[in-house]
Design a protein around this ligand. Structure first.
Ligand SMILES: [Zn+2]
Length: 453
């Protein structure tokens, strides 16, 4: 990004989408710059080729013409206002006060900067101006055909992966990877139903992901849903939303299929000599264990109804968790592991691989990262000793204290103690001194299957 901008970025950011070739296309800036001053431009176009293409449209006088249309066409003006509104809401996710800093690129009325509108459109914003600019300028590069998107709807999080196949398929280009905590599984364990507010939050994120995928030229969007949706009586409400936004049928993934996909995502490309592998995936509502003799080839698998959200709701009464809570977790997890490891030969594994948020977040803490950086975490080792130490530290903190850890994703802090308890119990049970932490998991499995099909 520094090379693209020709200067150091002034604000902390994450890369939202990339171009063919993998260089950043849109970044998402934090609401405050490094000096602590308001930074209202949340989505920023960085690819110099795309920036130039948009500058040509601006130089042709289109800002004035579009503002004329804004003044004359009430329906268009309403759509632009709505884009400003949703943009401000998006920015305020990180800082409530940032809600009032104007809309797209900080604009209060009409439109000022077509780059900002295109950036918002590419990020998945519902922005008629951005969509219009995209029609005029994209594609700027020679995009490869066959782009696909996979969405993994878990109990706690909703995640997106957009891939562009390369000529050899082995190493596809990652165009977008994203994760938002929507807590779709909130209360499912108690009521058997998806909660209305949780559904609304989740569908909002789903719609954004689908718009982003389409803006990137994706034709096929696959949506897989695991535990929470699997167990819910009203899962058709979510399936309807998937049909509407993704244009495909929701795939309710069985525990077994989930295990195989996690194994594919967690082991693809690992050295065959490190087999057998045990992959475990701690989710919000379930934990899967899979053993396999070769990378990407799952063998025995078991899916348990033990997850970080479910255990927290059932067993953790106090904040921080009391001795009684921690003891209840240990006993409850121990019982589930007795059954699970009777079904899969977990102790035979030479390499234990941990996928998903609990493992990656604990490793981010172990590595002392000051911001979450998947590339620093992917396929690094977390020792049992570090895992035990971090579990103990997390268990002593209150929810607000855990939420304030810089690498903690909003919505994870209050369930990670239960997740960490599972992780430590698994390593102890299979007598593993260390865990290979993987950023690739069921989501990658879903996407890779699409490319290989
Ligand atoms: Zn580019």
């Amino acid at each position: 990004v520094r090379d693209q901008l020709g200067r150091d970025p002034t604000t902390p950011f994450t890369v939202v989408v990339r171009c063919t070739g993998g260089h950043p296309l849109v970044i998402r800036n934090a609401p405050l710059d490094a000096a602590g001053d308001p930074f209202p431009t949340t989505y920023w176009l960085t690819c110099p080729d795309v920036v130039r293409a948009v500058s040509r449209v601006e130089a042709d006088g289109w800002i004035a013409r579009l503002n004329d249309r804004y003044a004359a066409d009430a329906a268009f003006a309403r759509d632009v206002e709505r884009a400003h509104e949703t943009y401000a809401v998006d920015r305020a996710r990180d800082l409530a006060a940032a809600r009032g800093w104007g809309g797209v690129g900080g604009t209060r009325r009409g439109l000022k900067c077509l780059h900002a509108h295109l950036a918002y459109h590419l990020a998945g914003g519902d922005d008629p101006v951005g969509a219009w600019v995209a029609e005029r300028v994209l594609p700027v590069h020679d995009d490869l055909p066959g782009r696909i998107a996979a969405i993994d709807q878990g109990t706690n999080s909703c995640r997106l992966l957009v891939l562009e196949p390369s000529s050899d398929v082995v190493d596809p280009t990652e165009l977008s990877r994203d994760m938002r905590i929507t807590r779709l599984g909130e209360g499912v364990d108690a009521t058997g139903r998806l909660d209305d507010a949780a559904l609304a939050r989740t569908i909002d994120v789903l719609a954004t992901y689908c718009r982003r995928a389409r803006a990137l030229g994706v034709e096929r969007i696959r949506v897989g849903a695991t535990s929470a949706v699997r167990d819910a009586a009203n899962r058709d409400e979510f399936a309807d939303a998937v049909r509407r936004h993704a244009g495909s049928e929701l795939e309710v993934i069985t525990g077994e299929a989930e295990a195989a996909l996690s194994f594919l995502g967690g082991t693809r490309g690992l050295p065959a000599d490190d087999a057998p592998f045990l992959v475990f995936d701690i989710g919000g509502g379930s934990t899967e264990f899979v053993v396999g003799d070769a990378p990407a080839r799952a063998g025995a698998a078991v899916s348990t109804r033990m997850g970080s959200v479910r255990l927290t709701e059932r067993l953790v009464a106090d904040d921080p968790p009391s001795e009684v809570d921690l003891r209840a977790l240990e006993v409850g997890i121990g019982r589930v592991l007795d059954d699970a490891f009777a079904a899969v030969p977990a102790s035979e594994a030479r390499t234990v691989v941990g996928v998903a948020g609990t493992a990656t977040t604990m490793q981010a803490i172990a590595l002392g990262l000051t911001r979450y950086d998947p590339e620093r975490i992917h396929r690094t080792w977390l020792s049992l000793r570090d895992a035990e130490r971090i579990f103990a530290e997390l268990a002593r903190m209150t929810n607000p204290e855990r939420a304030a850890i810089p690498v903690m994703v909003p919505g994870r802090g209050d369930v990670i103690v239960a997740g960490a308890a599972i992780l430590v119990a698994v390593l102890r049970r299979v007598a593993a001194e260390r865990l290979l932490v993987s950023e690739t998991d069921i989501l990658d499995g879903l996407a890779w299957e699409m490319l290989e099909a």
